[in-house]
Design a protein around this ligand. Structure first.
Ligand code: BEZ
Length: 236
């Protein structure tokens, strides 16, 4: 929603993802309805035919199979038009080699948003950075269409896509096992057992208390096997 000439509200974590219909490089989509039952990383980039964005798309596209295995779809957007998108992605595939990646085909949809309607709806135009380009925004949307994570980067900084993959696995693990993940968590590391006030409560909520390690009433961890995580997530 527009509040004045330069400031726009944006959806927040826990909100239903604002719905829109868009033209993309893979046809017209209705978001988030077309993605029901899947996780989505909906992200914006400043402009086609720019170097940081090119490195990002090559990296993201080369990880597409890993995200697909995690029931996660990728969805890009910039304020460029469809023919610019198509020409840029073709150039990437035919000409650009970067960090050992080459002939990279971007198969996920890239939205054209010439009107800026969608990017304004999602707070992707931030006038302190640019009035004509979207910043590097990332919205992680869950299978029910709820926004679960929001990350913003400036124009000058390429994103860390391993971190986005880690965020997807951490969110799915938290949902599946009713735990939280500590700083720098990677699958296989100990997880946090929410204590709801006391270690005793944490213990009473758990079927298996043997692995519970409470340092104090507010800080309990437990082991969570990496294989068990991926077996559980892949079963969903
Ligand atoms: C880039 O992707 O390289 C870029 C885009 C907009 C501004 C600065 C850099």
């Amino acid at each position: 929603m527009e509040t004045n000439n330069t400031h726009f509200s944006m959806p927040r974590i826990g909100d239903q993802a604002p719905a829109f219909t868009a033209v993309t490089t893979q046809g017209t989509i209705n978001f988030p309805a077309d993605y029901a039952g899947k996780w989505v990383i909906f992200f914006s980039h400043p402009a086609d035919f720019t170097p940081v964005c090119t490195s990002e798309f090559m990296t993201f596209a080369s990880m597409a199979d890993r995200f697909a295995a995690a029931n996660t779809e990728l969805l890009g957007l910039s304020v460029d038009g469809l023919y610019s998108h198509i020409a840029w992605l073709r150039t990437i595939k035919e000409k650009i080699e970067y960090k050992g990646m080459k002939h990279i085909e971007v198969k996920f949809p890239l939205i054209e948003d010439i009107t800026m309607d969608i990017s304004k709806q999602y707070g992707m135009i931030q006038s302190g950075e640019s009035n004509t380009k979207a910043v590097r925004a990332v919205f992680i949307v869950d299978p029910k269409g709820i926004i679960r994570t929001i990350i913003y980067y400036p124009l000058s900084m390429g994103r860390n896509f391993e971190e986005l993959y880690r965020a997807i696995i951490a969110l799915q693990t938290a949902d599946a096992f009713e735990i939280a993940t500590p700083a720098d968590w990677q699958p296989g590391d100990d997880v946090i057992v929410p204590t709801a006030g006391s270690c005793g409560v944490a213990k009473s909520r758990m079927e298996d208390t043997e692995n519970l390690d409470c340092k104090d009433w507010f800080f309990c961890t437990k082991k969570l096997d990496k294989q068990k995580i991926f077996d559980t997530l892949l079963a969903h």
